[in-house]
Design a protein around this ligand. Structure first.
Ligand SMILES: N[C@@H](CCC(=O)N[C@@H](CS)C(=O)NCC(=O)O)C(=O)O
Length: 222
């Protein structure tokens, strides 16, 4: 097996999604910390690896792969003992892919980045109400996806759970997940957090992010 290197910072939700996939597969890898707040992703050395300058970035035998969704799908396809985390069955895979695109295009961009970008870039701590509404819409979708299912893409754990657990729990820092209205989401988070490798791959980084975000004294406008 070739040597794998994951570049990232543990507070980053997509980095933790990739770490969860690596942990679930039991793949050894080297972890190289990249400080995004210190703009280390913009160094000439990192830009040669990933011109889009994002973490996670995976190095496999001199090849560079980025975007957590592409990384997780690649890892399962190349190194998985079975296909359960990213099913080969086309219909099952389509559901997983839909959830991954939902995370990428809606949850991360419209939900999380819509709130964190102004916070980090300009220190703007009054978050417009439409950002709150966008998060509620995301929770409503996720609650529906989980109706009658233990996992986000059906009855088995997949890389879509790894992707969404990291960004949904990050959104919860801004908009608390009501355990009554969102009983499915609440039970699903607990289910994922109980995975034997969760704490090492994701737990501490998730707490680091909470600490970082809570430093901003944010409120939603009415
Ligand atoms: N959709 C991408 C998002 C990656 C992303 O935006 N990562 C952020 C950290 S959470 C980053 O690298 N920011 C630093 C930069 O863009 O230079 C993925 O899933 O990998």
């Amino acid at each position: 097996m070739s040597k794998l290197i994951l570049y990232g910072t543990e507070a980053s939700p997509p980095v933790r999604a990739a770490k969860l996939t690596l942990a679930a597969l039991g793949i050894p890898y080297e972890y190289v910390k990249i400080n995004t707040l210190a703009k280390e992703t913009l160094s000439p050395e990192f830009l040669r690896k990933n011109p889009q300058h994002t973490v996670p970035t995976l190095e496999d035998d001199g090849h560079f792969i980025w975007d957590s969704h592409a990384i997780s799908a690649y890892l399962v396809s190349k190194y998985g003992q079975s296909d359960t985390l990213y099913p080969k069955d086309l219909l099952q895979r389509a559901v997983v892919d839909q959830r991954l695109h939902f995370e990428s295009g809606v949850v991360f961009v419209n939900g999380l980045r819509g709130i964190t970008k102004p916070l980090f870039a300009t220190g703007q701590t009054t978050i417009p109400k439409e950002r709150y509404d966008a998060v509620i819409e995301i929770y409503d979708f996720v609650e529906t996806f989980l109706t009658g299912h233990d996992f986000i893409a059906g009855d088995q754990l997949t890389i879509a759970d790894f992707s969404l657990i990291t960004s949904i729990t990050a959104l919860a820092v801004f908009v608390v997940i009501d355990p009554v209205k969102y009983a499915n989401i609440t039970a699903w988070i607990k289910r994922i957090e109980e995975l034997p490798y969760y704490e090492e791959a994701c737990g501490k980084g998730a707490r680091d992010l909470v600490t970082l975000l809570k430093k901003f004294n944010f409120t939603f406008s009415t």
